[in-house]
Ligand binder design. Sequence first.
Ligand code: SF4
Ligand code: SF4
Length: 333
Amino acid sequence: MHTERPAPVASPIPEMHVLWITAGLSCDGDTISITAATQPSLEDLVLGGIPGIPKVHFLNPVLAYENGDEFMRFMHLAAADELGPFLLVIEGSIPNENNKPEGYWAALGRGEDGQPVTTCHWIDRLAPHAWAVVTAGTCSAYGGIHAMAGNSTGCMGLPDYLGWDWRSKAGIPIVCVPGCPVHPDNFMEVLLYLLRMAAGTAPMIPLDEMLRPTWLFGATVHEGCDRAGYYEQADFTQEYGSPKCIVKLGCWGPVVQCNVGKRGWMNGIGGCPNVGGVCIGCTMPGFPDKFMPFMNEPPGAKLSTNAVSMYGRTVRALRRFTRDSLNREPERS
Ligand code: SF4
Ligand code: SF4
């Protein structure tokens, strides 16, 4: 676990660019996801609604006002270390551009020779100058769907590309915020944390061994799930539309590190198992290969649900008995 305290920030950073590359192998779903954030919202951040953090210039090609060459100008300035402090956000997995005789897998803009500039080349030029580097979503953290077995791109997550011990010029490890897509508030909260670090008011971001913020990814889905009481009483459903535990329908929640069951999805509402969707482990480095086929009872779940069944059914029966008793008023003389 990376728990070291930061060197004191000599002077708080007054302005920070957030330079976001969506040109990894991705669906841009993480960019879309953060538009739903409320804690804080994107608007809070870019309109200066949060005191005590640097002024934010948000440069995401899907959301920016600047287009084409105007947008690319910021990329070139950052690559030349002339943009000032910037947070580099990477969305999408990083392809292996050395596994084929010609062509490219992912690129953004064109170089002076008129040829596409590969995403890898941008990362090579930008990462050394970044104040911190953050991955948005599982693809850029661990490879995700694009990196599944049999793909031809040889793609990977950013820690595999830059190295797991990589540090930014401010001494910060790569910060991974997985999810497919990334949870809107998880991502924005991490961004806010880093901005507080830049302001000199927060200690080093605590990360686990997979570079995830510990306060967001320390617990399992199961530990925060609305349906966990049903699991404990071995009340499993085999049908959709039931409020009971959906482990038999393929939920991996008991072993998946994700706070979505607890946090909900948008403004506290939803969250996969809470609304009947089995957890398919989309935040995990082993996703998707280790969780397939989806919608089948996870192999390990058979053992644990069998083990909990005898206890759970007994407890459920005893509780029903106690509840019936508590539902009657005490006898009064
Ligand atoms: S639905 Fe999934 S996460 Fe929720 S209690 Fe059942 S197994 Fe656990
Ligand atoms: S609950 Fe499971 S499927 Fe849903 S976001 Fe979390 S890890 Fe992904």
